[in-house]
Each structure stands twice: as structure tokens, then as C-alpha cells.
Design a protein around this ligand. Structure first.
Ligand SMILES: [Zn+2]
Ligand SMILES: [Zn+2]
Length: 232
């Protein structure tokens, strides 16, 4: 009743274009403008391939390198309206965007049997400055629907790092090396973990978090990010 009344006096709007939309969702036009990541992709790290007519297979990096996760998936390309929405969410403090952004993650991801959802942590200085961890807000949307616990305390970012987006390949790996640590190994021991982040840039952050979780005894790790930087 209350909700119906609120919708009447304050009709829900699209968080991107401010036109009318279904409550907590993007309007159809903005939704349709998002370029979603589809097969063929790397069956491990999820990077999309250019060739249209092929099946998912391992990419060159995943053939050569042992990955700490079983699969990493991203919902859309980090561009256009999705990039715009993530920027408003993250840098302009529009935390209400976690709802529509979380929904598009839920709509386009099939979960396995996870024990735990873990958001990629922020360093405390960054958390203080921003006031919230965007990955935790997204993780909450998933946890609510999947009915899974979230652990946002035991994976910690112990060293501040530069923004990955400003760095080149090798520097990104060095930038995050040793930046994460686990507080209590028992929290992850034998657990199947779904690791959540907002943007997958080169995967260096995810790989580093994955390694630390594996070392703490995590049995299996899948990764889900909202967007991915793709240079096709
Ligand atoms: Zn819109
Ligand atoms: Zn791969």
C-alpha cells in the first residue's frame, strides 16, 4: 500500500536518464544500450572473443597461467551507460544505484553452490573517503536473493594502491601484489566463494584476492564483476 502510494506521488525513474522506469530498474532504452558480454568467451577468465561463430574455450593467458579462480564472469562492457551508472554509483555517492546494477547482475548470472559471498575490499583510507564499498553494496543485492552470507571483514586490503585503470599491464600486477590479506583463515577454509567486484580491468586485483583466499583454504572461487574493460 505504502509503496503504491509512494509510486503515485514519486513515480520511479531510471537512474541514468531520469525518465519513467520500473521501480529499481533502468528504463528499457537505457537497458538496451548496455553491451552485454556474451559467448564466445574464455571458459575460465570470461574474456570475450571477437570470433562470433565459436564456442567458449580457454584464452591464451588461461592456457599458460594457473588461475586462482574456476571462472570469472562480467556482465557488460565498461562503456556508455553502464560506465556512466558505475561512475555515479562509485564517485558521486549514488548508492541507490546498487539496486538496478545488482539486478542486472542477478538477471544474467547463474550461481553455483556457493557457501559465501566476498566483496573485493577497499583500503580503509579509501573507504573513509568514499563512505562505502561499492562491491559490498552489489554483493548485498546478490546475497539477499541467493540467501547467502557475506563476509566483508576477513579479506582485507592492507595497502593502498593506485587506480588500476591508470596503469599498464605489468605495473598493475606489481601495484596489487601483497595488497590483500586474510584476517582469519577459518572464515574461508573449505568454502566455495563467490568474489564480487564492480569492474574487471586486467584481472590483477581479482587474481591477487583469489590467491590470498586460496591460501586461506578456500575450496573453490568464482568471480562476478558488473563490468569489464575489454580492448577488442
Ligand atoms: Zn533510462
Ligand atoms: Zn582466460
Amino acid at each position: 500500500m505504502m509503496k503504491a502510494f509512494l509510486n503515485l506521488i514519486l513515480p520511479p525513474i531510471c537512474p541514468i536518464c531520469a525518465q519513467g522506469a520500473e521501480d529499481g530498474r533502468f528504463c528499457q532504452r537505457c537497458f538496451d544500450s548496455i553491451r552485454f558480454i556474451k559467448s564466445p568467451i574464455c571458459s575460465c577468465c570470461g574474456t570475450p572473443f571477437v570470433a562470433e561463430e565459436s564456442e567458449d574455450h580457454l584464452c591464451g593467458v588461461c592456457i599458460k597461467t594457473k588461475r586462482p579462480f574456476s571462472k570469472a564472469r562480467s556482465i557488460g562492457f565498461y562503456e556508455g551507460n553502464l560506465l556512466e551508472a558505475i561512475h555515479r554509483f562509485k564517485y558521486n555517492g549514488k548508492t541507490s544505484l546498487s539496486k538496478p546494477l545488482g539486478k542486472i547482475m542477478l538477471d544474467r548470472f547463474s550461481p553455483n553452490n556457493y557457501d559465501l559471498i566476498v566483496p573485493v575490499p577497499l583500503h580503509r583510507a579509501r573507504l573513509k573517503e568514499r563512505g562505502f564499498n561499492q562491491s559490498l553494496l552489489l554483493a548485498r543485492e546478490l546475497a539477499r536473493t541467493y540467501k547467502l552470507p557475506i563476509d566483508y571483514l576477513n579479506l582485507k586490503k592492507i595497502r593502498a594502491t593506485d587506480a588500476q585503470i591508470n596503469l599498464k599491464g605489468k605495473d598493475r600486477v606489481a601495484n596489487v601484489k601483497g595488497a590483500f590479506a586474510v584476517e582469519d583463515d577459518k572464515a574461508f577454509d573449505g568454502k566455495r566463494v563467490l568474489l564480487i567486484d564492480d569492474v574487471y580491468t586486467t584481472g590483477a586485483t581479482i587474481v591477487e584476492c583469489g590467491k590470498v583466499l586460496k591460501k586461506a583454504g578456500a575450496k573453490d572461487i568464482d568471480v562476478l564483476t558488473l563490468a569489464r574493460v575489454v580492448n577488442l
